[in-house]
Design a binder for this molecule. Structure first.
Ligand SMILES: NC(=O)CC[C@H](N)C(=O)O
Length: 248
């Protein structure tokens, strides 16, 4: 049986900093190598999307100005369909600016309040100093603790309500707000965090986790994800993690 998955890439022209597009390429490549056809649907302002047909969504980071340009479209046009897809376990990854806009709001450093979709119980307030640098978080994707590596650059500090759980614990770097050790948040199958990198090419175990979730959601629990080597990526990841953790 051939599997097909559909991925919606939200606002690729407005929300794509630090090579976040690489996440979509990594998903496509690791699908392709398993014979899974990944159809990528770019979501541009004004587009009509059937969210019931979407299996995966990716929402990258952006500058405050890019975020301001798409919030109305996100909330008013995509809002109802996207919100109910997320409630229905759509598999979604949102990075930095995208993560912020899935929350209640983002107050920028100029004091502008950008409303978010409100589907993640988080809110973000910009601080004076940007949080920049490499970051390592520890996550549990169902097989015990694992480390993910990335790069962060954000003014926003994200704080969490009771309806999200932590995605990871910060081992080095700032993370969501530089205070409480949260490295991203999870709600149902939606994952938000500050790790650019791009995140998925550097961390193939997360790529596979997302593909596996999407495959089972679409085709049922028996849809097994073929195991696929990622030795070189994992070796590079180990070196990066070790180097970063040694400095602290
Ligand atoms: N890298 C990003 O996506 C930045 C998001 C947002 N503009 C901030 O500065 O916090």
């Amino acid at each position: 049986m051939t599997f097909t998955l559909r991925l919606a890439h939200l606002y690729p022209d407005h929300m794509n900093v630090y090579g976040d597009r690489g996440n979509v390429i990594a998903l496509r490549q690791r699908c392709l190598r398993r014979g899974i056809d990944l159809e990528v649907i770019p979501v541009q302002p004004g587009d009509t999307i059937d969210w019931t047909a979407v299996d995966l969504a990716f929402f990258g980071g952006g500058q405050d100005s890019g975020q301001a340009l798409i919030t109305t479209d996100l909330i008013e046009r995509q809002g109802p369909g996207l919100r109910s897809a997320i409630e229905n376990d759509l598999v979604m990854l949102a990075i930095c600016g995208g993560y912020q806009l899935l929350g209640h709001y983002f107050r920028t450093h100029t004091g502008e309040r950008l409303p978010g979709l409100g589907v993640l119980d988080v809110y973000t307030i910009a601080g004076k100093r940007r949080m920049i640098g490499n970051i390592v978080i520890e996550v549990d994707l169902g097989h015990g603790p694992q480390r993910l590596v990335g790069f962060e650059n954000h003014s926003g500090r994200t704080f969490h309500g009771a309806r999200v759980r932590p995605f990871g614990k910060v081992l080095t770097g700032h993370g969501d707000n530089g205070q409480d050790g949260w490295g991203g948040a999870v709600y149902r199958n939606t994952f938000g965090c500050y790790l650019h990198g791009a995140l998925l090419p550097k961390n193939p175990q997360l790529t596979d986790h997302l593909i596996g979730l999407a495959l089972r959601r679409r085709y049922g629990q028996q849809a097994e994800l073929l195991s696929l080597p990622a030795e070189r990526e994992l070796a590079a990841q180990r070196v990066m993690v070790q180097r970063l953790l040694r400095r602290f």
